[in-house]
Design a protein around this ligand. Structure first.
Ligand code: GLU
Length: 428
């Protein structure tokens, strides 16, 4: 994201245009789906702890709601841009469609760095964000959720502000709430576990046993940690994890050839997943450059950080041993890199399929909130596995039958479903 020349929205559109051409999508539908239906830009003034006022820029994009209310997270990030939010909202539309859940696509953001904000200041940003959008989001219109650097506490502050404004209880406003306050068991695990449900299916397709594989993982946030947890339960071994170092403003990789210990790394990481270098060294980890994650001799790469990581340049460094890339992050791979990966026959489980577990569990959270009856963990994870496996199979069948690259197959499935909903409603 530090790369100023990279524009996620241009990338999302390029991916869309390619498939729109391939499936012969009509001009009207294409014009409708190339841009968000609605977007909101606003300011959030906050009284800081030192008494000064700081004004934060906030966004919300509702890309499409033909299949159901817009759905998608809110990111807190210092480099957030409107074009990134537009792209992410578009990817949410495809994600909900490919997971076959009755929701559309949305995304929000605030330009801020929670590393440098007290809990009170973060609360003020959350409440201010909702105050600006209180009439434009809601349980039947647009349902936010956590994303990069936002968490269940942020969601609860937002819900509380919304309920104060509207004078009632509306747990369906937002998902990713704390368990016991309208949240679903399994929501924290869902995105990372979902990545591994699809990875497990891909390994079956390729006739590889998980216990014979090794992985290198970019990022150590929520998605990464739970992907590693389930991957290890299947018998896999992670040899490297990279993480962002707030002090040095760059990332580092932590390698242990005998396999990283997840509990140990969690014990020396901050709440954003930043791993302490000195403590890691003391525990026998090699500390390498942040980019080292991509050049390891492993079977599986799990990019679980941000967009624009596997590029035309970095993709050249991928080892000949790599067989699968499962994208936990949104938009980690650029179209130039896709061309290279396709040529090399690397099996890619594209982002909006691989990481659809989070929003699928958000959908379960809404269902449970509406029923006011909450399921046990096993039930949530069982249903999540069923949905993710079905989504994977639907895409891999199209890929096999039409001889398509997996990302293209996922786009074909998703765009067809959304376009059909727009036609059925008489929009196009
Ligand atoms: N932010 C997550 C994503 O990118 C989850 C969205 C949601 O639960 O609505 O898929």
């Amino acid at each position: 994201m530090a790369d100023k020349s990279f524009n996620a929205f241009e990338m999302a559109r390029a991916q869309f245009d390619k498939i729109a051409d391939m499936i012969g999508l009509d001009a009207g539908t294409r014009a409708l789906l190339r841009s968000p239906l609605r977007e909101y830009h606003f300011l959030v003034p906050v009284r800081m702890d030192d008494g000064s006022v700081q004004v934060f820029q906030g966004f919300r994009c509702q890309h499409n709601d033909a299949r159901g209310p817009s759905k998608g997270g809110i990111r807190f990030h210092p480099q957030e841009t409107i074009d990134t939010v537009r792209a992410l909202s578009m990817w949410m539309t495809w994600k909900c469609a490919v997971a076959d859940i009755p929701l559309g696509g949305g995304k929000g953001g605030v330009i801020c760095d929670p590393h440098n904000l007290s809990a009170r200041e973060q609360e003020a940003i959350c409440r201010g964000w909702i105050r600006q959008l209180a009439r434009d989001v809601g349980p039947v219109t647009d349902v936010p959720a956590p994303d990069v650097m936002t968490n269940p506490q942020h969601m609860l502050w937002m819900l509380d502000e919304f309920e104060t404004i509207h004078g009632g209880h509306y747990p369906g406003l937002i998902t990713g709430k704390p368990v016991g306050m309208g949240g679903s068991l399994g929501r924290t695990q869902a995105t990372g576990y979902g990545v591994v449900y699809t990875l497990r299916e891909a390994l079956k397709d390729l006739n590889i046993r998980p216990q014979d594989t090794t992985a290198s993982v970019q990022g150590f946030g929520n998605v990464s940690q739970y992907a590693i947890e389930l991957y290890h339960q299947l018998g896999g071994k992670t040899i490297l994890v990279s993480s962002w170092d707030q002090e040095e403003q760059k990332s580092f990789s932590f390698r242990k050839m005998s396999g990283v210990d997840l509990g140990e790394l969690r014990g020396i990481a901050d709440r954003f997943g930043g791993i302490d270098k000195a403590k890691a060294k003391a525990l026998g980890y090699e500390v390498l450059d942040g980019e080292a994650w991509i050049e390891q001799d492993v079977d599986i790469l799990l990019p679980c950080a941000l967009e624009n990581q596997i590029t035309g340049e970095t993709a050249k460094k991928i080892s000949g041993k790599v067989k699968i890339i499962a994208e936990g992050a949104n938009g980690p791979t650029t179209p130039e890199a896709d061309a290279l990966l396709k040529e090399r026959g690397i099996f890619v489980i594209p982002d909006f399929l691989a990481n659809a577990g989070g929003v699928t569990c958000s959908y379960f959270e809404q269902v449970q909130s509406n029923m006011n009856y909450f399921w046990e963990m096993d039930e949530v994870l069982g249903k999540l596995d069923v949905k993710m496996t079905a989504a994977y199979i639907a895409v891999s069948e199209v890929a096999r039958k039409q001889k398509l690259y997996m990302r293209d197959a996922a786009y074909v499935v998703a765009i067809n479903r959304v376009a059909q909903a727009c036609r059925d409603r008489g929009w196009v």
